[in-house]
Design a protein around this ligand. Structure first.
Ligand code: ADP
Ligand code: MG
Length: 571
């Protein structure tokens, strides 16, 4: 529904923009959004981080009669936001659990008497009848629901309190509502609209592209050293954020950077509130600080000159990744989103998913998120294109700025490698009733003479050594990509490799599915032509040959037993 605002109010909006906020003009779709809300209509705003969502509700709140009520989960930032508004002469207050009774009482009074322009509310306040009573005592000009993706139950940042937001609409059906978020796939957008009952709302979907951010993802081997090298060679003296999954790794990584002469601070939810506040303030005010943090850090942080965001562990979802990397380069200058990720990340994430409560459906959602993230990591095409496609945005051309554009990974026919690997997993399981993690499977494939693996050699496990043509790193890459393509899976505490429903398509003789794999960029540079494009007997280790005979016999027998097409191993 298109809302109509009177010309007077629109002039007011222009003037507020210039006189109060000191900006010359609206940006992107801000003006249209502001007009919609001033006119009393609802809006669902999807705009990337740093796009300028706040003005979209702040200006209408100043122009319309009454107080604009803003629901925001960013409790830690409310004081800062309100202080900044007060400095501009805007009368803003907030209500959250960090306040004293007296502070709350004063804010409530200011609201009721109409002294406020804007009232920020923590979502848990909506559980309290007293809050609803309070809102009933004053005049509300609009409801703004910031970080609206928090209402999406199966999104990546669900807050149960957000479900109570529908109360607002039921009580105050006349008051316009504006929901804002930086993370919304078409599915999440739909869920926000449904849950908030924004049936009549106009949707404003901005361009999600952040062309000044260069996306790069590298295989992880020694993450802290890789990070150090990245910082020293490309971002010496720059401010940036390094994300880690665990608090312990945050601490270790920050210490490591400091020991290597880099100004770094840790930030995670396990630190004292004062320490966190101090570190955040220093990051915002000082130049060239590196914040090593869990994802507890960053939502709502408005620092324009963050030059890089580095991930040393795999984010749980593409939405999370986009939001975290979006904190780089808000000033529009060139910035880097750099990630190191490895097999261990997949194992770890799967474990976390297995352990998570919330039921089977929830675990399936998490699993889908992880799959999309892996697909982005292992893509052979433009990362930006893939990222934007995830948000429902088509981009006609490759960006020429991400790592896959700048140093295109070659793809090679990895069917044979996949068959070797999957066969090994099958054989260990079926013949030995044993399941192994990636490390040991690789050792077996490569025929390593480690004590743990020796038994398989003497013991004539037929696949022993058939994968000596690829290096450890290459095998790890193969495994990661098979995981990303859902041709392989990991489970349990030790991250044992197991087949998936699709594995059979690769293993069966009839029309084996072709498995396209990417080479790592380094290999592209040194050896443009990938190895083992086709089954190549010359590349087989001599000890593998006698193995074939047995293998074929076994395969045929198994196949006959199961009435299925036989598995093929090499061709
Ligand atoms: P978001 O909530 O979308 O992440 P913010 O509302 O915090 O973004 O705005 C990001 C930055 O952009 C802020 O520093 C803000 O002052 C600035 N900004 C917003 N709108 C404009 C505009 N029309 N002109 C100039 N700067 C703007
Ligand atoms: Mg914001």
């Amino acid at each position: 529904m298109r809302a109509v605002a009177t010309p007077d109010l629109l002039t007011d909006a222009q003037q507020v923009l210039q006189r109060v906020f000191g900006y010359d003009s609206f940006r992107g779709s801000q003006q249209e959004i502001v007009e919609q809300v001033i006119g009393g209509g609802d809006a669902l705003v999807l705009m990337p981080t740093g796009g300028g969502k706040s003005l979209c509700y702040q200006i209408p709140a100043l122009v319309r009669p009454g107080v604009g009520v803003v629901v925001s989960p960013l409790i830690a930032l409310m004081q800062d936001q309100v202080d900044a508004l007060n400095e501009l002469g805007v009368k803003a207050g907030f209500l959250n659990s960090t306040q004293t009774y007296e502070q709350r009482r004063r804010t409530e009074q200011a609201f009721a008497t109409g002294e406020l322009d804007l009232l920020y509310l923590a979502p848990e306040r909506l559980n309290l009848d007293s809050t609803l009573e309070l809102l009933g005592r004053g005049e509300v000009s609009l409801f703004a629901i910031d970080e609206a993706h928090c209402v999406a139950q199966w999104g990546h940042d669900f807050r149960p309190d957000y479900l109570n937001l529908s109360v607002l609409h039921e009580r105050w059906p006349e008051v316009p509502r504006i929901a804002l978020t930086a993370t919304a796939t078409p599915a999440t957008r739909q869920e926000i609209a449904t849950r908030l009952e924004l049936t009549e709302a106009r949707h404003f979907v901005s361009d999600f592209d952040r062309p000044n951010i260069q996306y790069r993802i590298v295989p992880k081997n020694d993450p802290r050293k890789q990070l150090l090298q990245f910082l020293r060679s490309e971002h010496a003296g720059d401010a940036g954020i390094v994300y880690r999954l665990s608090r312990a790794e945050v601490e270790r990584t920050a210490e490591f950077l400091v020991a290597n002469g880099i100004d770094a601070l840790p930030y995670h939810a396990g630190l004292d509130k004062e320490v966190r506040a101090r570190h955040q303030a220093r990051f915002l005010r000082e130049e060239g600080l590196v914040m090593v943090a869990t994802i507890a850090f960053g939502m709502g942080i408005d620092k324009p000159d963050v030059r890089f965001v580095a991930h040393l562990d795999l984010p749980k979802s593409v939405e999370g990744y986009y939001q975290e990397t979006g904190r780089a380069g808000r000033d529009g200058l060139p910035s880097t989103a750099w990630m190191a990720y490895g097999l261990q990340d997949v194992v770890q994430q799967r474990k976390l998913i297995d352990l998570s409560d919330g039921g089977e459906a929830h675990r399936r959602t998490l699993s889908r998120h992880l799959d999309s993230m892996l697909a982005l990591c292992e893509t052979v095409s433009c990362r930006r294109t893939q990222l934007l496609a995830y948000f429902g945005q088509d981009t006609p051309v490759a960006c020429q700025n991400c790592d896959t554009c700048l140093s295109p990974p070659e793809s090679w026919d990895g069917t044979v490698a996949a068959q070797k690997l999957l066969s090994t997993v099958v054989r260990l399981d079926r013949e030995r009733n044993q399941r192994f993690g990636a490390g040991q499977v690789i050792d077996i494939l490569r025929g390593k003479k480690t004590p743990k693996i020796e038994q398989f050699r003497h013991d004539s496990l037929s696949v022993f050594g058939v994968g000596a043509d690829l290096s450890d790193n290459e095998w790890r890459s193969v495994i990661r990509q098979l995981l990303a393509q859902r041709l392989l899976s990991v489970e349990g505490d030790y991250g044992t490799l197991v087949l998936t429903e699709s594995s059979g398509e690769v293993l069966r003789r009839e029309d084996p599915r072709q498995v396209l794999l990417r080479t790592e960029p380094k290999r592209v540079a040194s050896a443009p032509k990938a190895k083992t494009a086709k089954a190549d007997p010359q590349e087989m280790p001599a000890e593998a040959e006698p193995v074939f005979q047995k293998l074929r016999a076994w395969r045929l027998a198994t196949a006959r037993e199961e009435g299925k097409a036989p598995f093929i191993i090499f061709h």
